[in-house]
Ligand binder design. Sequence first.
Ligand SMILES: Nc1nc2c(ncn2[C@@H]2O[C@H](COP(=O)(O)OP(=O)(O)OP(=O)(O)O)[C@@H](O)[C@H]2O)c(=O)[nH]1
Ligand SMILES: [Mg+2]
Length: 307
Amino acid sequence: MTELEEIDFEGYKSGYVALLGKPNVGKSTLLNHYIGQKIAAVSIKPQTTRRRQLGILTTEKAQIIFVDTPGMHAGAYKLSEFINEEARYALMDADLILFIADASQMPDHEDRQLAREVAEKAGRTTKLLVLNKSDLIDPALAEQRAAAYAELLDFDDHIFISAITPGGREDLLERIIELLPEGPQYFPEGQITNTYEREIAEDLIRAVALTFLRDEVPYGIFVRVDDYKMRKNDMLYVHATLIVERESHKGIVIGKGGTMIKQISTAARQEIEDMSGKPVFLELKVKVEKNWRNNPAFLSRHGLSHD
Ligand SMILES: Nc1nc2c(ncn2[C@@H]2O[C@H](COP(=O)(O)OP(=O)(O)OP(=O)(O)O)[C@@H](O)[C@H]2O)c(=O)[nH]1
Ligand SMILES: [Mg+2]
């Protein structure tokens, strides 16, 4: 018996809930919904999330610590090792695993690979199959889809939801609370994440760039916020650098006559204003760091390495 098990928490539940799933299934969208604020970047492209991020929901009955993770994927870059390890760490630490699937598609090799990882590293943890994007499927197909995903892993239960519409989301939350162990409030009541605003701003800028740019450029983008401070007039001043892998990508990010960088800047400023609740002055620069995704020194300097 551990020390925690000897304490009586009078029915209060708490624990770490890992949001796992291949890229683009809607993990960060769901996290933002439960937290009621956009703390995690979301985009239409896969590989938006690169690091683990906590979203802490404290209620009268429970404290649910969601751990958003990057979607595991097969990538040849050194950066992919970091991304996949981030998901693995969350998986090993979890009290409850939500395996998020895109119900609008059949399971594929990435779902199967993730299922193998989960079975291997968290065989005994409770696992819920969460079939997201159910707004996109024909209800007649639903149970057949659930059965196809249920074959991947020994799930304890499954539930259909849509991260962008009410309904299943509330049922899922109740189910999560039921399944969590009794425990203390690990984090103070008002804390909703462990990530600093400036890091969230980096992710938001990157997600905007992912959305605007053509396929070959986005994944080679790294955003670094160089300055993030309040000015006397109650304005938030943000200076950030978009780091790309090649000279040709720099041209694409800037665009003809600076049109692309202007579009990115306008949309990103709006996102940071929504997140911070303050008027924002945003200045963006573009810089080339050749092949940074495979550069151990760069990755380690920017916290993208576990070495
Ligand atoms: N129709 C529909 N779209 C959704 C739903 N959930 C998420 N999306 C969309 O799916 C896309 C990907 O969402 P994200 O939340 O960034 O996905 P993610 O799983 O965090 O992706 P990574 O961070 O890349 O692993 C976005 O365009 C979302 O708006 C849903 O329930 N229904
Ligand atoms: Mg994400």
